[in-house]
Ligand binder design. Structure first.
Ligand code: 5GP
Length: 239
């Protein structure tokens, strides 16, 4: 079906969402805008929108093929994709394989410690509150999701980790950590939503340990554009 872009429904920090003629489908349009620290740091990573769109779709297609349901419907252009309309479960699901970022800071450890088993944590997706950490009891108390949905989300998240770790290893990248978001479709199915990109994952070159992700922007390391392009180049090289 040819999806027509109708009115804008929402504008987030990195994406806009538009209605289509199908009430169950929306179009996401990826921007080059980059923000960090809950919007305090703002900038642009030229070309990021197109890379994140195509990378997310590449990875979601491969996850779907391995049995993980996603919101993906159809890539429409460099920056735009038709996805199932979902209500986002307001939980950011974070999986970690190595220490980095807020984990290293919170627990006072160096970055780069390899864990024996991956960790999972949830943040309450709420910009006004700064996405605070939340446990499953709190999420249930706040009625953010049902116990069944949380169990399913945890299962999918660990499955995504195993698959994504493998996809990245094939291209010489260590998957350090990442954030996922899930949504509920009109018929109540939980599906993987949002994006999987260098904006939402920490990706380190397995040999040089060079950072190939948004930390280049967050930490003013320079070379963010080149890092995103490098991940995309390696990923599409094996497609
Ligand atoms: P940390 O908690 O260490 O800051 O982030 C852990 C992982 O989740 C990183 O890969 C980071 O990119 C991702 N992440 C956590 N929160 C957010 C968020 O609000 N936005 C984005 N884009 N990624 C996030």
């Amino acid at each position: 079906m040819a999806y027509e872009k109708k009115e804008q429904l929402y504008e987030g920090k990195a994406k806009k969402v538009y209605a289509t003629q199908d009430p169950n489908v929306v179009i996401v349009s990826y921007k080059d805008d980059a923000t960090a620290f809950n919007g305090l740091k703002k900038g642009t990573i030229t070309g990021k929108g197109a890379i994140n769109n195509r990378m997310t779709n590449n990875l979601m297609r491969r996850l779907e093929a391995k049995g993980v349901p996603t919101h993906l419907v159809e890539e429409l252009s460099d920056r735009e994709t038709a996805v199932k309309k979902v209500s986002i479960v307001p939980l950011e699901v974070i999986i970690r394989n190595l220490s980095a970022g807020s984990f290293a800071k919170r627990y006072g450890v160096e970055e780069g410690i390899v864990f024996d088993a991956p960790t999972i944590e949830f943040s309450y997706k709420n910009d006004d509150l700064g996405d605070p950490l939340i446990n499953t009891y709190h999420a249930l108390a706040l009625k953010l999701a049902t116990a069944e949905e949380i169990a399913l989300i945890k299962n999918y998240a660990f499955t995504v980790n195993e698959l994504l770790k493998g996809f990245m290893k094939e291209i010489g990248i260590d998957l350090v950590d990442f954030k996922l978001e899930f949504g509920r479709t009109a018929d109540g199915q939980i599906v993987l939503a949002d994006e999987i990109s260098p904006d939402t994952c920490r990706l380190w070159d397995e040999k040089t340990h060079e950072k190939l992700d948004k930390d280049r922007f967050r930490r003013d390391l320079g070379g963010a554009e080149e890092a995103y392009e490098e991940v995309m180049r390696r990923l599409t090289g094996v497609e």
